[in-house]
Ligand binder design. Structure first.
Ligand code: MN
Length: 289
C-alpha cells in the first residue's frame, strides 16, 4: 500500500498514477487530549486501519497524482534520525572536500558506531510540494538523497535479526544541510531541510529495501546515483543501534545516509529524485523570507 498526505492535510492511498482520498480514516484514530502522546498516531494504528483504508480507497474517485501537492507522508514524527557517512564513496568525497569535512580528521576517521547517529529537529520536516527555503545564502546548502525508513512500532533495544519487523515502510528522503562548523544536528535542522515523500510505501509492498537504485538530478543534471546495497551500516543495524540508545516510536524516520555527489543548491534550482519501487518527486529551492 502507498499512503500519502496531500493538499490541505488530506490522507490518500496511491494506486498507479492516481490518489484516492481516504481522509475519513482520521475519524478512526483514538481521541486524544492533552498531554498528547508522542509519535505519529496514523502510523501507530496503520496495521489496524489498512483494511478500512483499502475500502475507502475503493469508494473514492481517483484523482491524478500529478494534480495534488504532496506533504510529508508522516505528519508527526517524534524524531528524525540521521546516519552519517553511510556510503563509502561519500566518505571519500567528504575527506577531500574541506567544506563537507568540518570535523577533525580523527573524528572523521571514526566508524559510524564510534560517531553515533544524529538527530534532525522534527520541525524541519516538509513534503516535496513545500520545497526548500535556503537560509544563509552566503553559505553552502547541499542536497543529500537518502532512503527514508519509517518506524511502525515502538522499538527499544531490538536485535538486528528482528529489526525489519519494526518498519512501517519507506519513502524518498532529502537530508538537506548548510555546510559549516556548527554541530551537524544544528545545521541539518533548518526549517524545510528535511523532506519526505512523495508517499510511504509499506514494507510488505516494497519488498527488499536493500537493493534499490536511486538518483537525484539538479535542473536535469544527474548529481547523485547509487544503490541502497552500498550502505556501510545495514538498515537492521541502524535500527538496532538507534534503539540501543533510545526508544523508536511509530512515525520516527531514519534517513539512512547519502551516496557520493552531494553538491550545492541555490534558489531557483529544482531537484528531481527517483527511487526504484518507491517513485519520483520534485523539490524546488527558494530563498527563505
Ligand atoms: Mn545525510
Amino acid at each position: 500500500m502507498r499512503i500519502c498526505r496531500y493538499n490541505d492535510n488530506r490522507i490518500g492511498v496511491v494506486r498507479g498514477a492516481n490518489v484516492h482520498d481516504v481522509s475519513a480514516i482520521v475519524d478512526e484514530l483514538p481521541a486524544v487530549r492533552y498531554p498528547l502522546p508522542i509519535g505519529d498516531p496514523l502510523i501507530a494504528n496503520l496495521e489496524r486501519l489498512r483494511p478500512t483504508m483499502e475500502k475507502l480507497a475503493d469508494q473514492a474517485k481517483p484523482v491524478p497524482a500529478s494534480s495534488v501537492r504532496f506533504l510529508s507522508p508522516v505528519a508527526n514524527p517524534s524524531k528524525i534520525i540521521g546516519t552519517p557517512v553511510n556510503y563509502q564513496k561519500h566518505r571519500e568525497e567528504a575527506d577531500k572536500d574541506k567544506e563537507i569535512a568540518v570535523y577533525s580528521p580523527s573524528a572523521r576517521a571514526a566508524s559510524i558506531e564510534q560517531q553515533g547517529l544524529f538527530i534532525k529537529a522534527s520541525s524541519c520536516l516538509v513534503g516535496p510540494s513545500e520545497g526548500i527555503a535556503v537560509r544563509f545564502p552566503d553559505r553552502r546548502t547541499d542536497h543529500e538523497a537518502e532512503l527514508g525508513l519509517i518506524i511502525g512500532k515502538r522499538a527499544n533495544n531490538v536485535s538486528e535479526d528482528k529489526a525489519f519487523d519494526y518498519v512501517a515502510g519507506y519513502a524518498i528522503a532529502l537530508d538537506m544541510v548548510v555546510r559549516g562548523s556548527e554541530d551537524r544536528s544544528f545545521r541539518k535542522s533548518i526549517d524545510s531541510y528535511g523532506v519526505l515523500g512523495p508517499w510511504l510505501v509499506t514494507a510488505d509492498e516494497l519488498g527488499d529495501p536493500t537493493n534499490l537504485d536511486f538518483s537525484l538530478k539538479v535542473n536535469g543534471e544527474v548529481k547523485q546515483a547509487s544503490n541502497t546495497s552500498l550502505m556501510v551500516m545495514s538498515m537492521p543495524k541502524q535500527i538496532a543501534f538507534a534503539s540501543s540508545f533510545y526508544t523508536l516510536l511509530p512515525g520516527d524516520i531514519i534517513m539512512t545516509g547519502t551516496c557520493e555527489g552531494v553538491a550545492r543548491v541555490v534558489p531557483g534550482d529544482t531537484m528531481a529524485l527517483d527511487f526504484a519501487r518507491i517513485g519520483a518527486m520534485e523539490v524546488k529551492v527558494r530563498a527563505a523570507e
